[in-house]
Design a protein. Structure first.
Length: 94
């Protein structure tokens, strides 16, 4: 057992199962595997607006994802295309 980033003790196998469950949930919402992932910090959340064909998922809707502490920061997983490249952007601070 080890303490996770979320403050609870879980085995590695339990952590893997949580990740797989979260992945299934995201796939059910249309999220695909991206070629690039970007974490957008303060002042950069608008970069995600330049993506085309976007899907936005609030971070609080992703199983086991830490809660966003600063609402102004965004708090979204945004999937979209930049040209032909599928990109994921995380907006917000946790």
């Amino acid at each position: 057992m080890r303490e996770s980033a979320f403050g609870t003790e879980r085995s590695i196998q339990e952590e893997v199962e949580l990740l797989r469950s979260a992945e299934r949930g995201l796939r059910n919402q249309g999220i695909e595997q991206a070629e690039i992932g970007v974490v957008l910090g303060s002042g950069l959340k608008d970069v995600a607006r330049d993506l085309e064909d976007t899907i936005e998922i609030p971070l609080h809707c992703i199983q086991e994802f830490p809660k966003v502490r600063v609402r102004v920061q965004g708090g979204l997983l945004v999937q979209g295309r930049l040209g032909k490249t599928l990109v994921h952007c995380l907006t917000g601070r946790v």
